[in-house]
Ligand binder design. Structure first.
Ligand code: HSE
Length: 307
């Protein structure tokens, strides 16, 4: 195998209660990348469609993640990469994570799969370090493993793949404004009051239990965030209204996707997820900011080979 084309999914990080530790992958939105072996050592990005990002590999998350993998092998291999970006940077649905995860997945495959998925997460985190200054694992884990993922520990890195209830659907609205992850992280306080931590870890446990038992009411009761959402909501015009409307339309829960500005909701069943999409669309039509809305099944496969 000398060349592959892959789909790298968009992802929702945090999932309300799991700041920096929970994430899930989407099915209907993601980037495509073509990776082929080359005689020229290292990584050469030959084309980027859809976004204005650096072609210079070491300045692009694709290169940062890919070189982390190649350096771990002390490899002389060479790769040419074409990127078709459908996920805009600064969207909150894992744009840099899709690029980093896609890069390490494809390079690993073309090298005969020397690394397992958790090791690939570790390399992809170097892409996140370049993109926002912090080597976060929540988006890249969801992109590589698919489904819901938990970063049980960063050091040592321990990623747990969680089950996906069969009737769970996501609705995501992506307002066409950019929120930089680094700026959104700076808003957060360095310490959490114990009373908030108690509520938050109760919800993390509840959400994970709900995913295992397909208990949609428990999932709903657990989708609350006492740490990031209260300080970040100001970055997203209409956030409170979108949340209210999506819950009235029957969503199990609604929150900020990653560091924003995208907002996600989870619903039981496609019809309800579409009703939620209609409801939040109306809110944004009145605000007057362009937006995209996606309704998606949870992608349980993660990065996949298209051809
Ligand atoms: N967990 C990260 C954050 C995700 O919320 O900052 C970044 O998309």
């Amino acid at each position: 195998m000398n060349q592959i084309k892959i789909f790298a999914p968009a992802t929702v990080a945090n999932v309300s209660c799991g700041f920096d530790v929970l994430g899930f992958a989407l099915d209907t939105i993601g980037d495509e990348m073509c990776i082929r072996k080359s005689d020229k050592k290292g990584i050469t990005i030959t084309k980027i469609e859809g976004c204005n990002l650096p072609l210079e590999a070491k300045k692009n998350v694709v290169g940062a993640a890919g070189y982390a993998l190649l350096d771990a092998l002390d490899s002389d291999a060479g790769f040419e990469i074409e990127i078709c970006k459908n996920i805009k940077p600064g969207s909150g649905i894992g744009s840099s994570a899709a690029s980093a995860a896609g890069s390490v997945f494809a390079i690993n495959k073309l090298l005969g799969a020397p690394f397992n998925k958790t090791e690939l997460v570790r390399f992809a985190m170097e892409g996140e370090r370049l993109a926002c200054g912090a080597a976060i694992a929540d988006n890249v884990s969801a992109a590589l493993f698919g489904g819901f993922t938990l970063v049980r520990s960063y050091n040592p890195l321990d990623i747990v793949s969680l089950p996906t209830p069969s009737e769970l659907y996501a609705t995501v609205i992506h307002p066409q404004i950019e929120v930089k992850t680094a700026a959104s992280r700076k808003l957060l306080k360095a310490t959490v009051p114990l009373k908030d931590a108690i509520k938050q870890w109760g919800n993390v446990g509840g959400l994970i239990s709900g995913l295992y038992t397909e208990d949609y009411d428990l999932i709903s009761r657990s989708l609350h965030d006492y740490i990031a959402e209260p300080v970040r909501a100001v970055l997203i015009p209409g956030f409170d209204k979108v949340k209210r409307e999506s819950l009235s339309a029957g969503a199990l829960g609604c929150g900020i996707s990653g560091s924003g500005p995208s907002i996600f909701a989870l619903s039981k069943g496609l019809e309800r997820a579409q009703n939620v999409a209609n409801a939040i669309q109306k809110v944004y039509q009145n605000i007057g900011i362009d937006f995209y809305v996606y309704v998606s099944k949870i992608n349980t496969q993660g990065v996949k080979i298209i051809s």
